[in-house]
Design a protein around this ligand. Structure first.
Ligand SMILES: *Cc1c(COP(=O)(O)O)cnc(C)c1O
Length: 362
């Protein structure tokens, strides 16, 4: 074994989806039952689109969100019967989206026009309730619905996105919800059967008044914060590919940045910043060995890490060490790198040997 191994636990992933679904099925849910859709953009947050989507479909999830039409086309080949929403909507790919029965989230008048010109059909309408990123401005909504009445009568989902849902005390949450509540009836005057959706993972955790008809869960499925009760999904282990003893004073790695403070053992591991082990992690814990941390020695290279394993005399070439797993979560690694779990996941490299645990089909 010479490559690092990324293991994705599909049972944990579908279990996380199931738990988020149950969270929305409280009696306090205002309008019927809330559906938990899965967000599988960016190759299912780096975990692999096909195995993740199939496992969720087999567990009962039938609505999926991706970012781009290209991602939607790839998902359509995997799940012929799913509802597939395109968060970024359509501009020049409207005809492709239509041909693959994708549901674009229309975000602006020019996107609505592009959808009409492609023949229209089931679509979603995104309202910008205070994030200034995607979606129709509330002040423009009535006019758009009037001028594009025929196209928007096919709207099956009115949605918006919360900017601060990972902070339950942030006043912007309630403010965005109030704006969304004002906009829903305006859309339903033209599209009476449109479902409503405001929450991603963070909003789902805010409570029933944020659930509406459908929640769009991404990070929580993959075991990341803010879903603190999520089961971890991703494990990353790497084999030692070389090991050496160096005297005190010997330099390690680029820039001779690290000088051995004592006679030291250095283990080399086959992953680096090109595999998503951020270069900013230089100086942090490199790996966990027998449940104890071993610090990085020197800078993170493109394809390699060097770790100070002086405290682990029994370690030898070929032995596996933990990069992500029971002792270090994606969020812990993210904190060390000055980023968020989302970025750790989506940066996971394509060179890992990938294993999928659980779920019969994979
Ligand atoms: C990415 C995204 C989601 C999923 O967010 P998580 O925080 O990962 O659950 C939901 N809705 C929109 C609009 C998104 O862009």
């Amino acid at each position: 074994m010479s490559a690092a191994t990324l293991t994705v636990d599909l049972d944990a992933l579908t279990g996380n989806w199931h738990r988020l679904s149950l969270m929305t099925a409280t009696p306090a849910t205002l309008v019927g039952l809330t559906e938990a859709a899965a967000v599988v953009k960016a190759d299912a947050y780096g975990c692999g689109l096909a195995p993740v989507a199939l496992a969720l479909w087999d567990r009962g999830c039938s609505s999926f969100f991706v970012a781009t039409p290209q991602e939607g086309i790839a998902l359509r080949a995997i799940l012929p019967d799913a509802d597939i929403y395109i968060l970024n909507g359509v501009c020049d790919r409207a005809e492709d989206a239509k041909a693959h029965a994708l549901i674009p989230c229309l975000n602006a008048p020019h996107q609505v026009a592009a959808w009409r010109q492609a023949g229209g059909g089931p679509c979603a309408l995104q309202i910008d309730t205070g994030m200034a990123r995607l979606g129709v401005q509330p002040g423009d909504l009535a006019h758009l619905l009037e001028t594009e009445r025929e196209t928007l009568a096919k709207c099956v989902l009115v949605m918006s996105h919360l900017a601060c849902a990972d902070d339950p005390d942030h006043p912007q949450n309630a403010a965005q919800r109030a704006t969304f509540d004002d906009m829903i009836p305006v859309v339903r005057a033209v599209a009476p059967n449109a479902l409503a959706s405001l929450a991603a993972t963070g909003g789902t955790l805010l409570g029933p008044e944020y659930h509406y008809d459908l929640v769009r869960c991404g990070i929580g499925l993959y075991g990341g914060l803010p879903f603190a009760d999520a089961e971890p999904v991703v494990t990353l282990t790497a084999p030692v590919i070389q090991i050496r003893d160096i005297p005190a004073g010997a330099p390690v790695g680029y820039g001779a940045d690290w000088i051995a403070p004592r006679p030291s053992r250095i283990a080399t591991l086959p992953l680096g910043y090109a595999d998503g082990f951020h270069r900013a992690l230089s100086g942090a814990t490199g790996a966990w060995i027998d449940g104890r941390p071993a610090p990085l020695a020197g800078r993170v290279s493109m394809d390699l890490l060097t770790v100070d394993v002086t405290e682990f005399p029994g370690l030898g070439p070929g032995d596996p060490v933990e990069i992500l797993g029971p002792h270090r979560s994606i969020d812990a690694l993210a904190t060390d790198a000055g980023t968020i779990g989302y970025e750790v996941l989506t940066a996971l490299g394509s060179r890992y040997e990938r294993r999928y645990k659980g779920a019969d089909r994979n």
